[in-house]
Design a protein around this ligand. Structure first.
Ligand code: SF4
Length: 253
C-alpha cells in the first residue's frame, strides 16, 4: 500500500508532552490556515507517495528507543486506511499512538479510539466555533469549499470534541490554539474558545505563532511579530475560570 507521506522524524521530544516519539507526517489537508507552517505538504502530490513498508521500516528502527508514534500532517485522518494500517503496526511493536488533527473527520477519530489504536489526541480548536460564512473560524482555517460549508466544518469539530469528552478517561487530550496577532488574538475570541472546552479533561495549549519556523502558507505573515509570553499569559489569565489547565507554548527556534 502507498500513502502520501510528507516525512518522518525518527525522534521528537516536543510533539507529544512527556513522550519520546517518532512523528509521521501524512501529506494533504482539507484546511488552508494562512499561518500553516507545513505548507509544503498540504497538497496531495505524487512526489509524496511512499510505500507504507518503507515507513514501517523507519518506525521499526526506532523500536526500543522511542515509546510512541505520533501521526501529524497535513491532516492525517484524511488517509484513513494508511493511518489505520500504521497505527496497527505501531501497536504491534508495543508503542503508544497519537494523532494531531484539525477535527474535520470525527468518525475516523472515533473508530481509532474504539479500536484502541489511539492513546493521545491533540485537537486544534483554531477559533471560536461559529456557524457563519464570514466567521473568524473561516478566516483562520479557510476550510470552506464548494462542497463543504463553514457550518459543516463547525459541526465536525464539535463532534470531535464530543467524542473526546466521551472518551476522556481513555485518551490523553491536548487542545491547541495558535495565537496569531491580527488574526486570532483578541481576548474575547480566546475566551469564547475557552467556553467550548469547559468541563473537558484536557490540557489547553495557547501556542505562540512564529513566522520563522517551518514553511508558511501565507507569506504575508512573515512580517507578523510573534505574540509575547506576557501577552499569552494575559490570555491565559482571562480564560482560567472556564478552563483551568492552560499551558503557554512558546516555540524554540
Ligand atoms: S495548520 Fe491548517 S492547513 Fe496546515 S496542516 Fe494544520 S490544519 Fe492543515
Amino acid at each position: 500500500m502507498e500513502a502520501y507521506i510528507g516525512g518522518v522524524i525518527p525522534v521528537s521530544t516536543v510533539d507529544w508532552p512527556g513522550m519520546l516519539c517518532s512523528v509521521v507526517f501524512l501529506a494533504g489537508c482539507d484546511f488552508r490556515c494562512p499561518y500553516c507552517q507545513n505548507a509544503g505538504i498540504i497538497g496531495f502530490e505524487s512526489k509524496h507517495l511512499q510505500r507504507l513498508s518503507d515507513i514501517k521500516k523507519k518506525l521499526s528502527d526506532g523500536r526500543g528507543f522511542v515509546d510512541a508514534v505520533l501521526f501529524s500532517g497535513g491532516e492525517a485522518s484524511l488517509q484513513r486506511q494508511a493511518l489505520n494500517n500504521l497505527a496497527c503496526f505501531a501497536k504491534q511493536m508495543g508503542m503508544k499512538t497519537g494523532i494531531e488533527t484539525n477535527g474535520s473527520r470525527p468518525f475516523v477519530i472515533k473508530s481509532l479510539i474504539e479500536d484502541r489504536l489511539l492513546d493521545f489526541v491533540a485537537l486544534d480548536v483554531k477559533a471560536p466555533l461559529e456557524d457563519r460564512q464570514d466567521s473568524l473560524l473561516e478566516r483562520v482555517t479557510r476550510s470552506r469549499t464548494f462542497f463543504k460549508s463553514t457550518g459543516e466544518v463547525v459541526t465536525s469539530i464539535r463532534r470531535t470534541l464530543s467524542i473526546l469528552r466521551e472518551n476522556q478517561d481513555r485518551v490523553q487530550i491536548e487542545i491547541r490554539t495558535t495565537v496569531v496577532p491580527g488574526l486570532i488574538y483578541r481576548v474575547e475570541d480566546i475566551v469564547r474558545i475557552a467556553s467550548e472546552l469547559k468541563g473537558l479533561h484536557c490540557t489547553w495549549c495557547l501556542q505562540q505563532f512564529r513566522p520563522d519556523v517551518g514553511e508558511l502558507l501565507d507569506k504575508r505573515l512573515v512580517a507578523v511579530k510573534p505574540p509575547s509570553r506576557e501577552f499569552l499569559l494575559q490570555l491565559k489569565e482571562a480564560c482560567l475560570k472556564k478552563q483551568p489547565n492552560i499551558r503557554i507554548r512558546v516555540k524554540a527556534v
